[in-house]
Design a protein around this ligand. Structure first.
Ligand code: ADE
Length: 214
């Protein structure tokens, strides 16, 4: 998948920090049409991911390495994906991400899952884009992948707040100045200003984060 070869994910793979394999669930079907979905019991729209290919695939892929993988299903019914979960995943030696399409998974497939993860309150056509988001957020936290360890610590969500505003040259653009404090060289004051900006921005845009709701 080209996205996996680009940027940080590409570098991490070329440097041997990361290995990513994609598998086609249809390889674990045994009918002529390689069927992975079927109609829902009880009726209703859409199709449901069948149990057998998922059980076979998870078992077979799990056994491809002696390390037992942490099995993560991507589904809108999962727990919301957070920076803290990315931190946890970045410490795992092996993750097996299971992506569904159609209306969803047969509920019984979830017995395989260590975690069920949703990347947000919206429905994608499949779990693949969700899996890429999880991979991207996770891999950049693996030591050695991101240039500056500090940027992981400062960034949004790592302390439960949105990050402070950033500026780079030029100091005046379209008549708008960079805040003078950032040019002052007073690191203590800059740190204080950034903290205030973080709090103000979080209060304005994501008050739920301050209430500890997330
Ligand atoms: N599959 C479809 N929608 C999804 C979502 N929001 N998160 C994770 N997997 C999904």
């Amino acid at each position: 998948m080209p996205v996996l070869e680009t940027s940080m994910l590409g570098i991490a793979q070329r440097e041997g920090i990361l290995e990513v394999y994609t598998h086609d669930l249809r390889d674990w079907t045994d009918d002529f049409h390689r069927t992975v979905d079927d109609e829902p019991y009880g009726g209703g729209p859409g199709m449901v991911m069948k149990c057998e290919p998922i059980f076979r695939a998870v078992e077979a892929i799990g056994a491809m390495d002696s390390l037992r993988p942490t099995i993560v299903f991507l589904a809108p019914v999962g727990e919301p994906f957070k920076q803290a979960i990315a931190q946890e995943f970045s410490k795992e030696a092996r993750l097996l991400l299971v992506c569904g399409r159609y209306e969803g998974f047969d509920e019984r497939t979830f017995t395989l899952a260590d975690r069920i993860i949703s990347i947000g309150d919206y429905v994608l056509t499949g779990g693949e884009i969700a899996a890429l988001a999880v991979i991207d957020a996770t891999v950049r936290l693996i030591p050695g992948v991101l240039g500056h360890a500090q940027s992981c610590e400062d960034e949004s969500f790592s302390d439960g707040l949105l990050e402070y505003p950033h500026y780079t040259r030029p100091s005046i653009f379209n008549g708008v100045d960079v805040p003078a404090i950032l040019l002052s060289g007073n690191h203590k004051e800059i740190e204080r200003w950034r903290r205030m900006q973080s709090l103000e921005r979080t209060q304005r845009l994501r008050p739920d984060l301050l209430k500890g709701e997330n």
